[in-house]
Design a protein around this ligand. Structure first.
Ligand code: ZN
Length: 90
């Protein structure tokens, strides 16, 4: 569980945090307030994975293409999940 920015208690589930993007909202299971992720922070955190996936289109080696593509996808999922903070909907 992740801490809610309003009540600061673990009210946000792992599955909700994993699929969050700047357009999505999540309701705290403890206090009922609605949280979001900020677009600049989210874009910063997906940037490295996106670059790796894009780079995979421009290499000839199938092995390197597979490593860059799959590694980039995993990083695009994990880095925002771990590092992008939840913030209040103002
Ligand atoms: Zn809360």
């Amino acid at each position: 569980m992740f801490c809610c920015p309003y009540c600061e208690k673990p009210g946000i589930s792992v599955s909700h945090k994993l699929i969050m993007s700047p357009g999505s909202r999540v309701t705290c299971q403890t206090c009922g307030e609605i949280s979001r992720v900020s677009a600049p922070a989210w874009l910063t955190d997906i940037f490295l994975g996106a670059v790796m996936m894009l780079a995979s289109f421009f290499v000839d080696s199938e092995l390197i293409k597979l490593i860059l593509g799959s590694g980039g996808f995993v990083m695009m999922m994990l880095l925002p999940f771990i590092f992008t903070p939840l913030c209040k909907v103002s």
